[in-house]
Design a protein around this ligand. Structure first.
Ligand code: ATP
Ligand code: MG
Length: 579
């Protein structure tokens, strides 16, 4: 009765809308216009300094999706050139998340897994070449002097006093820097471009600096580390990337990207055709933050339980929450790719999950806020077998079996002592159908000293069992779910909501910690139907009238079931999911 969420690889060509042709976008148009086909090569280049989040999924679906659609390749590349914050733990989790999303970099003839740190020697040779060709110099100004000399958007920069340092002097200094003979900050390598360029990125950008830091792959072999703007275009060219897709912040870096590649190709260090950088708008998901630093802070401060806390927008968090790979690909397909800045409501992500799970997830019954119901005219020993479809639109998937007994659990809010207008569920004197069971009439209730209802009493009406000839004689408006108190299984159910109440928690100088939603996680003691005793970790279900839930992939045990709310049946902000 588990949901089947394993998908054949062929579905992935359209990364989401299974069977539908891929939606065109400006990047596809650029590829089509240039007539690039099987030579198409993209890459997904995360820095291993945190866990992947939903924003990365957009980039993964775009890069791997294009490669699949055009019969090209997408490289998995770690942009691991900054030793300070990077770690193997992140490398492992990133590989795992990309695979989980349904993409792969291994082909029969190629592995396509790369580490920028494998190019450290090549980067260095490129640097020496640039110096020798007059395109770079070692600057010995302090960091402050360099910053001041850069100028501003309205004022041109000024040349460093070291700008005309002879090439052989720069070369020997760079070699000494590599050999660890100079402290951090004493010298840097800069490109010699144009201190008066209107584009600040072209005002002699720094290419290399000294860092006495241990690297998670190269250890202490290097104390000279390249800047992103230097390492990235060279990595792309070495891997023969045709389209280097990145987010819009890098638009102003593109002239530098092209400048470096041209200089190095001229010098014969890189081969043509050179990669082309194309920028697209990053995904911003409302009511959450995606900066790795902020996500790290949430984990470190204990605000959430871990990187894979179901409240987190990380891919491990979304997975634990119950999101399927297909739902995330569908989401990425729906939000599209453009250059327009994008804030996407979490409702769009939720809807993608509903659309994926509606057809796949087995149905089940769970009572999340249990209240005892006693059927006073039902013999204590009688267990009446009842059935319900595993999936209402797929009779071939069979039936769930459970028994009606004298004592049941129902939802507390399915009973009202004084029913509000339009309330058709249980109230004194009112009749409802127990879903897949019998029609009952409420005859009374008990309360504790505080006036809180502790037990509801009802009688079963004769010949009212669902599916029997007499059942139609009763016309009732309410239909409530229930679990046998003697046969149901106790379960922990974790209810999740958005992590931040503010739609843009970190915009406009706001402190995102100020809008944390204190009820983003609530833990309930629930009762679930007996068939859920067979649930396996990561099986997904629709709990009727509530929403989609997943057996927690870490904590769920057959004898101690734990389910997470993945998504409610409808957007609860738009309407009441309960009938
Ligand atoms: P952070 O600034 O939080 O560290 P990042 O963008 O630097 O994130 P990377 O690991 O460098 O993270 O990102 C890897 C790839 O994912 C890059 O190509 C980047 O453009 C892309 N990416 C990251 N965040 C988003 C986002 N929100 N939307 C779309 N693409 C993204
Ligand atoms: Mg980055």
């Amino acid at each position: 009765m588990s949901s089947n969420t394993s998908e054949p690889r062929t579905d992935l060509a359209h990364h989401g809308a299974e069977g539908a042709p891929p939606v065109s976008n400006f990047i596809r148009q650029a590829i089509d216009a240039a007539g690039v086909t099987s030579a198409l090569r993209t890459r997904f280049p995360p820095e291993p300094n945190g866990y992947l989040h939903i924003g990365h999924a957009k980039s993964i679906c775009l890069n791997f999706g294009l490669a699949l659609d055009y019969g090209g390749r997408c490289n998995m590349r770690f942009d691991d050139t900054n030793p300070v914050k990077e770690d193997q733990e992140y490398v492992d989790s990133i590989l795992d998340s990309v695979r989980w999303l349904g993409f792969d970099w291994v082909t029969p003839d190629e592995t396509n897994l790369y580490y920028a740190s494998d190019y450290f020697e090549t980067f260095y040779q490129c640097a020496e070449h640039l110096i020798a060709a007059g395109h770079a110099y070692v600057d010995s100004q302090s960091a402050d002097e360099i910053r001041q000399g850069r100028g501003t958007l309205t004022e041109p920069g000024t040349d460093s006093v070291w700008r005309n340092r002879p090439a052989d002097e720069s070369l020997s200094l760079l070699r000494e820097m590599r050999a660890g003979k100079h402290p951090e900050g004493a010298h840097v390598l800069r490109a010699r471009i144009d201190m008066r360029s209107p584009n600040l990125n072209l005002r002699d950008p720094i290419l290399y600096r000294v860092r006495f830091a241990h690297h998670h792959r190269t250890g202490d072999a290097w104390c000279l580390y390249p800047m992103y703007d230097f390492a990235h275009p060279i990595s792309d060219a070495l891997e023969h990337i045709t389209h280097s897709l990145c987010t819009l912040e890098f638009e102003d870096h593109r002239p530098l990207y092209d400048w470096l590649l041209e200089r190095l190709a001229e010098g014969g260090l890189l081969t043509r055709p050179l990669p082309r950088q194309i920028e697209f708008a990053r995904l911003n998901l409302a009511h959450t933050v995606t900066s790795k630093r902020k996500l790290q802070e949430l984990v470190k401060s204990g605000t959430v339980d871990a990187w894979d806390d179901p409240r987190m927008p990380t891919l491990v968090g979304l997975r634990r929450r119950g999101f399927t790979p297909a739902s995330i690909r569908l989401f990425c397909e729906r939000i599209g790719v453009s250059k327009a800045h994008q804030w996407v409501e979490p409702a769009v992500l939720d809807q993608a999950l509903r659309d994926d799970l509606d057809d796949k997830a087995a149905r089940a019954t769970a009572v999340l806020d249990p209240l005892k119901l006693e059927l006073v005219n039902w013999p204590a020993e009688t267990e009446e077998p009842c059935t319900a479809p595993i999936h209402p639109h797929h009779p071939e998937r069979g039936l769930r079996h459970f028994a009606l007994t004298r004592e049941l659990w129902i939802e507390r809010d399915d009973f009202a002592i004084v029913p509000p207008k339009g309330f058709f569920r249980l109230s004194p004197g009112n009749r409802v159908r127990l879903r897949y069971g019998v029609v009952i009439e409420c005859t009374g209730h008990e309360t504790d000293a505080q006036g809180r209802v502790t037990r509801v009493l009802a009688t079963v009406l004769p010949d009212s069992k669902s599916g029997t000839p007499g059942a139609d004689q009763y016309k009732v408006k309410g239909n409530i779910h229930w679990v046998s108190a003697t046969q149901g299984i106790e379960a922990e159910v974790r209810m999740y909501d958005r992590l931040f109440t503010d739609p843009n928690p970190d915009s406009g100088g706001k402190n995102y910690l100020d809008s944390l939603n204190p009820s983003a996680k609530r833990v309930l003691k629930a009762f679930v139907e007996p068939s859920l005793g067979q649930a396996q970790a990561e099986d997904r279900f629709q709990f009727e009238r509530h929403g989609y839930f997943v057996a927690d992939r870490i904590d769920h045990r057959a004898d101690r079931p734990v389910f997470n709310l993945a998504v409610t049946l409808k957007d609860s902000r738009g309407g009441n999911p309960k009938g």
